[in-house]
Write a protein that binds this ligand. Structure first.
Ligand code: SF4
Length: 600
């Protein structure tokens, strides 16, 4: 079928065997691709209640139908698994050019199970698959080093998805890296690769992706790019990128500062977009992306992409660091060792807080220092203070008897928006399908960036988190589910109606906006079933972020609090609107209405 390659590669690392099978097109029609199809395969492939770090737990690399075509921003890769960090599903996305190369090699998905007896690199060249010994040559290399080595040894054009030493040492927030700066960051997929003795997947494809009537498709894509992509609504990402968020978020008093002890950072002016533009040296783009949001900066002897907003928030303000060069070096260290910057910034900030309060002594204080810069490497190697910091926020805070200082949901460290001044984000974090994540429902757009809804009330927020407000680029959970099945990048504020125009090319039939939103809701419910099956924790938020006695005493969000009863009532309203029971379990009626094809 056009757009799909119709083939899945299954790899068993234990026995060094591979098989191929047809892509399940019934599932593809029901769940489209990317996130949705990934969830359906995970439901099928993950043994119930499996230990996430056991060889039986698969990790799946999934593409979308548009990967390898010229549809802007849609050549992204999603990596999915039962997360070794959260114990529930995690879908993590990376740009670059790995996903189109998978399609050119002939695969929509690669399902990897087992554990290699010795470290390996999986080398896929079209239909040839090899297991390269990695112990002596590749194991231990940082992320840019392994990419360089594999390009030199295998093929100048090879695309690499790899782990750094952090993944080898099973750090809970080890990420996957591709094209040096692109990360499948959240959920510990790097640790999953490490647990499988898998250093990297290297791929090279020489095929192509059929789009059916190429002339008609290309003409329509030219129109879509002109009318919907190359507009001011998206091109802010090219000009300034996500650092543009620093000033409005700080101005609203919701920028996590010094381990979430404040929502306003006095040093933000040194790490905001204006400061980064002074050291900007160019832009880069993922495969066939017309937006090209990747900001390349050079300062303090560091040249590279980023830091993105979330890194600025967690590794900058939340660590009390307003020194741009130090922040860029910290970011680069995380990239090279293979660490997610959100979680790494969060745990370093917690260690600083514990030290400042005299609860522990990690030699870390808020602000830039040599100890701050050394932390990522120590964590990745589990050396010195890194051995304890590698516990992650939840376990580290619990170890010192202060769980209230650890800001996480379902053991995923929270990103850069404090719900005390943007209440909707509290519900978004609590109900996210992978733990503390801002990518499923971005209510900050309505509450802070556009100011279209009051930030300090929970009224209407349950519906908002579910449905979003696509007119101003705020994605809710249902729409993000189908958008990420596309797999469209966050930075194209695409609408359901625009998705319908593109989906029509794939399935040769019309889609209504309602069809699109129903698919999204179907995928969200499928994810919920998976998480319930695997024993997901109750939906909740750190008490500090909603309790009345934890409101900020100063700053723009001073005195605001969701309140315990209001938070609980809004959660119940959310379940009702979803058609779930009071425990958050989807009802049979809802599953049947949506066409979800699995049951608990
Ligand atoms: S907008 Fe940026 S991150 Fe998204 S696909 Fe384009 S270049 Fe990649």
């Amino acid at each position: 079928m056009d757009f799909y390659q119709g083939k899945v590669l299954r790899v068993d690392l234990t026995s060094h065997t591979v098989t191929t099978e047809p892509l399940n097109m019934e599932w593809a029609e029901r769940y489209f691709g990317g996130k949705g199809l990934l969830f359906r395969y995970l439901w099928d492939c993950v043994p119930h209640q499996v230990d996430p770090r056991s060889p039986e737990n698969p990790v799946i690399l999934m593409t979308g139908p548009f990967a390898g075509t010229n549809v802007s921003t849609a050549s992204r890769l999603v990596v999915g698994a039962k997360s070794p960090t959260t114990g529930i599903l995690d879908d993590s996305y990376a740009g670059g050019s790995f996903a189109p190369e998978m399609k050119f090699a002939g695969y929509d998905a690669i399902i990897i199970t087992g554990k290699a007896p010795q470290p390996v690199v999986l080398w896929v060249k079209d239909d040839q698959v090899e297991f390269l010994a990695a112990t002596d040559k590749y194991w231990g290399l940082k992320t840019s080093e392994i990419e360089d080595a594999l390009r030199e040894d295998l093929d100048e054009e090879v695309k690499v998805l790899s782990i750094g030493p952090a993944g080898e040492n099973l750090i809970p927030w080890a990420c996957l890296s591709t094209d040096q700066f692109h990360k499948a960051g959240r959920g510990g997929h790097g640790a999953l690769f490490g647990a499988k003795n898998l250093k990297a997947v290297a791929i090279r494809g020489t095929g192509s992706v059929s789009v059916g009537d190429a002339r008609a498709f290309l003409a329509d894509m030219r129109r879509i790019h002109r009318e919907y992509v190359l507009t001011a609504f998206n091109l802010w990402a090219n000009e300034e990128g996500t650092p543009i968020l620093v000033d409005p978020v700080n101005g609203a008093g919701v920028l996590p500062t010094r381990n979430w002890s404040a929502g306003w950072f006095e040093g933000a002016g040194s790490i905001n977009s204006e400061s980064l533009l002074k050291v900007k040296v160019g832009n880069r783009a993922c495969y066939q992306c017309a937006i090209g949001c990747r900001q390349v900066h050079e300062a303090g002897g560091v040249r590279g992409e980023g830091p993105e907003y979330e890194t600025i928030a967690l590794c900058g303000a939340n660590c009390g660091v307003g020194d741009l060069e130090a922040l860029m070096r910290f970011n680069r260290e995380c990239d090279e060792w293979g660490l997610d910057t959100i979680s790494c910034g969060a745990v370093v900030a917690l260690a600083m807080d514990l030290t400042e309060k005299g609860i522990a002594d990690f030699g870390l204080k808020f602000g830039p220092s040599e100890a701050y810069l050394a932390a990522p490497g120590l964590i990745a190697r589990r050396e010195g203070i890194g051995a304890e910091l590698a516990l992650g926020v939840r376990a580290l805070a619990a170890k010192y008897g202060v769980p209230e200082l650890g800001m996480e949901v379902k053991n995923l460290e929270l990103p850069g928006y404090d719900p005390r001044g943007a209440f909707g984000m509290g519900l978004a974090y609590a109900t996210s399908d992978r733990g503390g994540c801002h990518m499923r429902a971005y209510s900050i757009a309505d509450e802070v960036l556009e100011g279209t809804r009051p930030p300090d009330t929970m009224e209407g927020k349950a519906a908002q988190v579910i449905a979003g407000n696509v007119s101003n680029g705020f994605i809710g959970q249902n729409f993000s589910s189908i958008k990420f099945s596309g797999i469209f990048c966050d930075f194209w504020a695409v609408t359901p109606e625009q998705l319908a125009q593109m989906f029509k090319h794939v399935w040769k039939r019309d889609f209504s906006e309602e069809d699109i939103m129903t698919m999204g809701e179907r995928i969200w419910n499928l994810g919920r079933l998976f998480n319930l099956r695997e024993g997901v924790e109750p939906d909740s938020l750190p008490r500090k972020l909603y309790a009345r006695d934890s409101a900020f005493v100063d700053g723009p969000s001073a005195g605001k609090a969701i309140g315990e009863e209001t938070f609980e009532a809004t959660l119940q309203e959310y379940y009702r609107l979803r058609g779930w029971d009071e425990r958050g379990v989807p009802t049979e009626e809802k599953l049947a209405e949506l066409g979800v094809d699995v049951r608990l």
